[in-house]
Design a protein around this ligand. Structure first.
Ligand code: NAD
Ligand code: UFG
Length: 336
C-alpha cells in the first residue's frame, strides 16, 4: 500500500514514517519545510536504511500537489501538515486559516480528483475546549478558544460534511493529547523554533543549559498540586496509532473520531519530578501567573481507540522523559 504523508518531515510525521516503512508501506512525503529541517529526513533514512521519496511542496500549491497525485498513484493519505502554535495563531489568524484550512481543502479536492478516498487527519484535544469533566470521551461537546483550535474544528466539520455527501470516503480523525518523547535512537525528536511553547521541550532545554529556568504557569488550579494536568503521550505510541487507523480504513469505517491519549493525567510538577528522576538533572523553575487560555485538566478516555483500533499507549511518563532527554542531550541545538 502506498501512503502520501503530508508534513511527514515534522515531529510526529517523522516518527510515523519510520513505523510505516518498517511495516512495509511505500511512502511519499509532501512537506514545504516551513517548520522542519531536511536533516530530519536524512536521519529517518538513516534509521530505516532506505531512501524516502520527498517532495518539497506547499499544500497551497494545488497544481503541484495534483501533479504529485497523478504521478504517484497513492492509496491513502496521512495529513499532518499544518501550523500548530496557539499563541502565533492569535497573532496571525489569517495565515493559520489559510495554511491549515485552505491547505486541507486543496488536499481534499486533489484527493477527490485522483479518486483517493482514505484519509487519516491530525486533530487535537484542543477541539474539546474547556471540558466540563475529565476523562474526555469522543462524544463530548466541541469548541475552540483560539484560531489554531478553530482551524482544527473547521477541518473536522469539513471532513464530516464531505463524508455525509459521499460515503465512499473513509476518514479517521485522530485527536492527539500531548505528544512528547522521541525515537529511542536519539536521532530524531521535537525541534521547536525559538523559545518552546510546550512544557517538555522547555524542560529539556533547561536541563541542557539552553534556558535558565522554567516558568510554571499557575499553581492555583483545582488539581492535585495546583498546576495544570495533561495527558502526555509518547510520540512513538502516537505514531503506532496511525498505523492502526490505516488498517481500520481498509475496512471502510466511514468518518470516525478517535482520542489518542494514555488516559493518565500528570501535573506540571509531576512531570518535572519524573524528568529529574530519569535525567539526574535539576530543573530550576518558578511559579508565575496562569497562561491565558490554559485549562486546569485535560486527559483522554482512550477506550474507544482500544476497542475499535486495537490500539493503546504502551509507554509511561518515565520513558517519555528518558527519550526526550536522550534526543535533547545528544542534539543540544536540535537538527542545526
Ligand atoms: P510539525 O510542525 O513538527 O510538523 C508539521 C509539518 O508540516 C512540518 O514539517 C511543516 O513544515 C509542514 N507543513 C506545514 N504547513 C505546510 C503546508 N502548507 N504545506 C506543506 N507542508 C506544511 O508539527 P507536529 O507536532 O508534527 O504536528 C503534526 C500535526 O499534528 C499538526 O497538524 C498539528 O496541528 C497536529 N497536532 C500536534 C500536536 C503537538 O502538540 N505536537 C498536538 C495535537 C495536534
Ligand atoms: N506549561 C508551563 N510552562 C511552560 C509551558 C507549559 O507551566 O513553559 C504548562 C501549561 O500551563 C500546561 C502544561 O504545562 O498546564 C502543558 O502545556 P503545553 O503548552 O505543553 O500543552 P497544552 O496542553 O497547553 O497544549 C498542547 C498543544 C496544543 C494542543 C493541546 C491539546 O500545544 O497545540 O496540547 O492537544 F491544542
Amino acid at each position: 500500500m502506498k501512503i502520501l504523508v503530508t508534513g511527514g518531515n515534522g515531529y510526529i510525521g517523522s516518527h510515523t514514517v519510520i513505523q510505516l516503512i518498517n511495516a512495509g508501506y511505500e511512502i511519499v512525503i509532501v512537506d514545504n519545510l516551513c517548520n522542519s529541517k531536511i536533516e530530519a529526513l536524512s536521519r529517518v533514512e538513516n534509521i530505516v536504511n532506505t531512501k524516502i521519496k520527498f517532495h518539497k511542496v506547499d499544500l497551497l500549491n494545488k497544481e503541484k500537489l495534483n501533479q504529485i497525485f497523478e504521478d504517484e498513484k497513492v492509496d491513502a493519505v496521512i495529513h499532518f501538515a499544518g501550523l500548530k502554535a496557539v499563541g502565533e495563531s492569535v497573532e496571525i489568524p489569517l495565515h493559520y486559516y489559510n495554511n491549515n484550512v485552505v491547505g486541507t481543502l486543496n488536499l481534499l479536492e486533489v484527493m477527490k480528483n485522483n479518486k483517493v478516498s482514505k484519509l487519516v487527519f491530525s486533530s487535537s484535544a484542543t477541539v474539546y475546549g474547556d471540558p466540563h469533566t475529565v476523562p474526555i470521551l469522543e462524544n463530548f461537546p466541541l469548541s475552540a478558544t483560539n484560531p489554531y483550535g478553530r482551524s482544527k474544528l473547521m477541518i473536522e466539520e469539513i471532513l464530516r460534511d464531505l463524508y455525509k455527501s459521499d460515503n465512499n470516503w473513509d476518514i479517521a480523525i485522530l485527536r492527539y493529547f500531548n505528544p512528547v518523547g522521541a525515537h529511542e535512537s536519539g536521532k530524531i525528536g521535537e525541534d521547536p523554533n525559538g523559545i518552546p511553547n510546550n512544557l517538555m521541550p522547555f524542560i529539556t532545554q533547561v536541563a541542557v543549559g539552553k534556558r535558565e529556568s522554567l516558568a510554571v504557569f499557575g499553581n492555583d488550579y483545582p488539581t492535585v498540586d495546583g498546576t495544570g494536568v495533561r495527558d502526555y503521550i509518547h510520540v512513538v505510541d502516537l505514531a503506532a496509532g496511525h498505523l492502526k487507523a490505516l488498517e481500520k480504513l481498509v475496512k471502510n469505517p466511514g468518518c470516525v473520531e478517535y482520542n489518542l491519549g494514555t488516559g493518565n493525567g500528570y501535573s506540571v510538577l509531576q512531570v518535572i519530578d519524573a524528568f529529574k528522576k530519569v535525567s539526574g538533572k535539576e530543573i530550576a523553575y518558578s511559579i508565575v501567573d496562569r497562561r491565558a487560555g490554559d485549562i486546569a485538566a485535560c486527559y483522554a478516555d482512550p477506550k474507544f481507540a482500544k476497542e475499535e483500533l486495537g490500539w493503546e499507549a504502551k509507554y509511561g511518563i518515565d520513558k517519555m522523559c528518558e527519550d526526550s532527554w536522550r534526543w535533547q542531550s545528544q542534539n543540544p541545538d536540535g537538527y542545526e
